[in-house]
Design a protein around this ligand. Sequence first.
Ligand code: KIV
Ligand code: ZN
Length: 513
Amino acid sequence: MKEKIIIFDTTLRDGEQSLQASLNTKEKVRIALALDKMKIDIIEAGFPISSPGDFKSVQEICKIVKNSTICSLARCVEKDIKIAAKAMSKLENFRIHLFLGTSKLHIESKLKKNFKEIQEMAIKSIKIAKKYTNDIEFSCEDAGRTNIDELCNIVESLIKNGVTTINIPDTVGYTLPNEFKKIISKLYKRVPNIDKAIISVHCHNDLGMAVGNSISAIQAGAKQIEGTMIGIGERAGNAALEEIIMAIKTRKKLLNFYTSINHKKIYQTSKIVSKICKISIPINKAIIGKNAFSHSSGIHQDGVIKNKKNYEIMVPKDIGLKRKKLNLTSRSGKAAVKQRMKEIGYLEKSYNLKKLYKKFLELADKKGQIFDYDLESLAFIKNYNMKKKYFKLKNLKIFSEISGKTIIFLKILCRNKIKKIKIKTKNDQIYGINKAFNKILFIKTSLKKFKIKYKKKNNTTSVKINIFIEYKNKKFYEENTGSNVIKTYIKTIIKIFNNIWKFKKNRKKIQKK
Ligand code: KIV
Ligand code: ZN
C-alpha cells in the first residue's frame, strides 16, 4: 500500500527570509491562501519573534487558512515560544517549530556551548512549548554535518520528551543523496523510539542536491518533506516543492508514495509566489519553467506529434497548465509545419508541403518565430513578401503638458495617403496609442500583452518592447528596441499593423481561390 508523504511548506519563513525586501501582511496572506488551496499539509507561516510585522502576518494567516495546519518557528528561548504560541492562539490546533544547532561547529562556534548543554536547552524548551500545543516539531539544525552518534542520542531524548516531528535539516546543502539517505537509515536503525515521531527532512540547495536528497530520504523512511515553492530560500534556496510533488506523482510505481496535494494548482501557486516575491522563474526550471513542456527541435516536435510520451513524462494539465502550440522556428521539421497547418484547417492535399517547408525555412531564418498568418500566406500567396510595408511612420512629435497630459502627433503613410493622428492622454499613453491606431487604420484589435524592459549601459538607457495583439482570434507579435518608450512602442505597433494588413489582404486572396 502506498504511504502518504506530508508536505511542509516554508515559503513564508525560510523562503521569505531570503528576499531582498520582506513581504507585507497582505502579500503573505495571499500566498498562504494559495498554499491552502493547493492542499499543503503544513504551512510555516513565519517566525513571530523576528518582527511585529511577522507576528501580525501569522495572526492574519491563522484567521484565513482553512485546511492546512499552521506552524511558527521559535528558537529554544522562552520568549520566542510564548510569542509563537500567542500569534497562533486563535487556532485550536497549531504547530510550534523549535530549532537548535546540533553539529560540533554550530554548538561550539555559534552557540558557545557543549552537547550536554544543548540537550538540556532543547528539553527545557519542549516543556515550555507543551504548555501550548501537543504538535511540536524539533529541528536539529545542521543535522547533515552532525556526528551520527550524537544525532541518534539527541533524537531519542527529544522524542522521549514529547516531540512529535523530528526534522533533519541539511542546513548548508552539503550532503549527497547516498550520504543523506544513510543518515536517515541509521536513525531508523539506532533510535529505539523512532516510531513514536514523524521523521522530516529539510534540504538546502547549495550543491543543487536539495530535491535529490529529499527523495533519497523518503526512500529511507522519512515521512515529511520541507521545502518552498520555486525553491526560494536562504542562499541557493530550499528543495522546490513543485519538483518533489511531481517526482512523487510521476514515479509513484517506483517510490510507492503519494501526497494529498492538489497538483493542478502548482502552476498558479508558483506564479503567485513568483509575482509577489519578485523572483522570476527561469525558462528551463523543472515543472514550471516556460520551456518545461515545449519542444523545439524538429526531431522532438516530430516525436511528440506521433506520441507525446516520446518526449514527455508528465502532461501540462497535471500542474494546471494548458498545452501550448508547437513553437515554429527554423529548427522545426516538416512534420511540425504539417501538423500546424492541419490545426488551422488545411489538409496536406490543399497545398504543397515541400514547397511550403522550403519557404518556411527561408522566412524563419529571417524572422525567428513563424505565426499562423505567415504559414497561410506562405502556403497560398505567390511571392509572399514579408518586407512590403503598408504603413510607414513619417513623423512623430511628443509633448508633455504641465497638467501631466501627453500629446502625441503622428504622421503615418498608409500606402499612398498621409494620415495625421493626435493623441492626448494623461496616465495611460499605451491605451491612448492603441485606441488611436484602431480608429485611424480601421482595424479593430485588442492588446493582449506588452512588456517594456529597460537596459542601462554606459550612462545611456535603451528600451526593449514586446507586444502581443489579437486580431480576429489570431495573435500577432513583434518586438523592437529603441531609446524612447513611446517612439519604440509606436514603431512596434506599426510593424504589427503591417502584419495584420498583410494577413487581411492575403486572407481575401486565399478565400477567393
Ligand atoms: O535550514 C535550517 O536548518 C532551517 C531550520 C530552522 C529548520 O531552516
Ligand atoms: Zn532552512
